[in-house]
Design a protein around this ligand. Structure first.
Ligand code: SAJ
Length: 421
């Protein structure tokens, strides 16, 4: 009889993890409070557009190795993969979903059970929130049941591949918890497994992403510096990265996604030792306004300006708009009274109307490339012929300048004060 796993949270990480466990020898019950999601999965509809997810999930459903439910059940292992969003005002983690998942597990937990937290949480959440709730069952952590934290490292768009190949860090309450968690994840993951304690594992995830946020912030600061020096930041970064140990990331309109823009705040929420982390967040959070100021300048003499937003997903070639800088830029444009049209070849639905590229650019006064979807690298002056004022603000250096040199289209690239076409 295969071990029964209960995965709480069927989102970007929970569902792929459930699918991989189900096709690697486990019986998996996926639990989600979103009844629509559960019903869709029960009908075999795959609700997340993640390459490589559909096949294993359909197979698991077909052979009864995965079933979606709204209520928790007894199991041998519980995996918590629920959202941990940021509370914008306080910059603190919203842990109510982790809390309610822990309460659900408490109601069915049995001796010998293993509880694995996958969600990204502030340091000491396992110790100070999850463990006490589970021990309200009367069982003792470490003796009666086991706790581990195995943070995910998958990038939306390559999640299945990364879940199967990336190394994993396993924070565990004791050796038995580590060994059981290692066996579980090794059923589908070929990466190395590294053992540590619960809080170190929580911090490892947060520091990985905070380092990336700071790396992006310095790239954005280089873009601002380059604009004051008459140079092209993309050229200087390309040249600097020829150095064998330099790896400067790319400037952009801001940092989106539910991780890089969020995790630094989790890391520094309960410490007075942070400084650079906060400054980097402020630099990245200021980028949407920096881009908006460029838009405003280009249409300052236009009455009832129309702005075309090209790309609303938080990064290239995904359909995820969470924390996307495009949302803030659109809101700033609307507040200024501009008419805004939005195009994104991947995003299916957002609170704004999405139109095709031709419609988006028609009679527009300024086109802003926010997301570097692969489609936008192929744009030529021909694409922009329907604009009233042919101006492009390219925040991702997508535009191939050579194609625009002898055209009537003005191209302004973020961080490039050398090559205003
Ligand atoms: N960005 C830039 N310039 C860059 C790189 C990224 O402006 O040079 C922007 C992107 O446009 C996007 C944001 O930063 O708006 C975040 O994109 P990302 O590709 O850096 O990261 P995510 O959020 O898709 O995935 C990250 C990854 N973490 C690291 O690379 C350390 C992934 O491995 C994590 O699993 C994921 O966060 C997560 O879920 O934590």
């Amino acid at each position: 009889m295969s071990e029964k796993i209960c995965v709480l949270g069927l989102g970007y990480i929970g569902l792929p993890t459930a699918a991989l466990l189900a096709v690697n020898g486990y019986s998996v019950v996926g639990v989600d409070v979103d009844k629509e999601k559960v019903n869709a999965l029960q009908k075999g509809e795959i609700i997340i557009d993640e390459p490589g997810l559909k096949e294993p999930l359909k197979e698991a459903i077909k052979y009864g190795k995965f079933v979606a439910k709204s209520e928790i059940e007894e199991a041998d292992v519980f995996i918590i993969a629920v959202p941990t969003p940021l509370i914008k005002e306080s910059k603190k983690a919203e842990l109510k979903y982790v809390k309610s998942a822990s309460e659900m597990i408490k109601s069915v937990i049995k001796k010998g059970n293993l509880v694995v937290l996958e969600s990204t949480v502030p340091p000491n959440t396992c110790k100070n929130l999850i463990r006490p709730i589970l021990e309200q069952s009367g069982l003792k952590a470490g003796n009666d049941f086991l706790i581990a934290h195995c943070p995910e490292r998958a990038m939306p768009g390559t999640t299945m591949d990364e879940l199967k190949n990336n190394d994993r860090v396993i924070g565990a309450i004791n050796d038995e918890a580590y060994n059981k968690t290692k066996k579980l994840y090794s059923s589908f993951c070929k990466g190395n497994m590294y053992k540590t304690d619960l809080t170190t594992a929580e911090c490892c995830k947060l520091m990985e992403n905070t380092f990336r946020d700071i790396s992006i912030a310095i790239a954005n600061e280089y873009a601002r510096i380059a604009e004051t020096l008459g140079i092209n930041v993309w050229e200087v970064i390309e040249l600097a990265n020829k150095h064998p140990r330099a790896n400067i990331l790319s400037p952009g309109p801001g940092v989106g996604g539910h991780c890089i823009a969020v995790d630094p705040w989790f890391l520094i929420g309960n410490t007075s030792a942070a400084n650079l982390t906060k400054v980097a967040r402020e630099i990245n959070e200021a980028m949407p306004k920096f881009v908006f100021n460029k838009i405003e300048k280009q249409v300052e003499n236009v009455k009832d300006a129309t702005i075309s937003i090209l790309g609303v997903a938080y990064k290239a070639d995904v359909d995820d708009v969470r924390e996307s800088p495009a949302i803030e830029i659109i809101d700033l444009c609307k507040k200024q009274g501009f008419d805004v049209k939005v195009n994104d070849p991947y995003v299916k639905k957002i609170e704004y109307q999405l139109v095709n590229l031709e419609e988006c650019l028609k009679n527009s006064d300024c086109a802003v490339i926010i997301t570097n979807h692969k489609h936008y690298y192929k744009l030529t002056p021909e694409n922009f012929k329907g604009m009233k004022n042919k101006i492009i603000i390219d925040t991702r250096n997508c535009i191939d300048r050579k194609k625009f040199e002898n055209s009537d289209v003005k191209v302004i690239t973020l961080g490039d004060s050398k090559n205003i076409v």
